[in-house]
Design a protein around this ligand. Structure first.
Ligand SMILES: *[C@@H]1O[C@H](CO)[C@@H](O)[C@H](O)[C@H]1NC(C)=O
Ligand SMILES: *[C@@H]1O[C@H](CO)[C@@H](O)[C@H](O)[C@H]1NC(C)=O
Length: 216
């Protein structure tokens, strides 16, 4: 855990001026979020103003890739495959054979993307006692106090994610990372009818977080 220089400094000086008991509570009330494991699989339940999605999240930082497989409730199954070079493929694997290729100016989130978040204290979420942080008024992040596993996060626009499973080190086999051939066939992206609002909203928001974080 890296302490801000100012905090270390005040902890060195404060005991000279006041009681040393001022220092230790300062330290213990400012935990930092655990860095993400370089590879994991999580199942998320997303709720956006009552619209429900189940997301299989395959985070694979060493291979520069991230996958959101999004099941809309009683609706479309969408694949949102993101590469660290900024290219994302959003497609279906059903008979519609839809695909959209998007180019983002930023790659996928690094494991320490929560660095610098503001600690807000402890709160129960989904029955788990959590440490809570906020970053750039964009995301609120809840992590189990004991296990350090994320329990929940919420974006500024009302989109929330409940973490149902979190398997550290689990990797999706390579063949699954191959976008279908119709993603590469022509430059007809515009006429592919994938609805923007259902196109990997979670992935897009994470991209948004990245964009915001890298600009700041
Ligand atoms: C980024 O990487 C993916 C996967 O290797 C590739 O399909 C895509 O064309 C690359 N994009 C760019 C802009 O190089
Ligand atoms: C959810 O509802 C809030 C409040 O009405 C609104 O501001 C927000 O844009 C909505 N979010 C989405 C993703 O539609």
């Amino acid at each position: 855990m890296v302490l801000p220089a100012a905090l270390v400094y005040s902890c060195l000086l404060l005991p000279l001026l006041f009681s040393s008991s001022l220092c230790s509570p300062l330290i213990s009330t400012n935990p930092t979020p655990a860095t993400w494991p370089p590879q994991f699989h999580a199942i998320l339940y997303m709720n956006t103003n009552g619209t429900l999605q189940k997301v299989d999240l395959w985070y694979d930082w060493p291979n520069g890739r991230n996958f959101n497989i999004i099941q809309n409730q009683l609706g479309q199954l969408l694949y949102d495959l993101e590469w660290d070079n900024g290219t994302s493929y959003i497609y279906t694997l059903d008979s519609d054979r839809e695909c959209r290729v998007l180019h983002f100016p930023v790659g996928i989130l690094g494991p320490s993307w929560l660095e610098g978040a503001n600690y807000l204290g402890q709160q129960y979420m989904d029955g788990f006692l959590c440490n809570v942080w906020e970053k750039v008024d964009f995301i609120w992040y809840y992590e189990d106090v004991v296990s350090k596993v994320p329990v929940y996060w919420a974006f500024y626009n009302g989109m929330t994610a409940h973490v149902m499973t979190f398997e550290v080190g689990r990797v999706l086999d390579d063949p699954n990372w191959q976008a279908p051939v119709y993603c590469f066939m022509d430059a007809e992206e515009e006429k592919k009818p994938l609805v923007q609002s259902s196109v990997g909203p979670h992935g897009s928001l994470m991209k948004g977080v990245m964009g915001v974080l890298k600009v700041l």
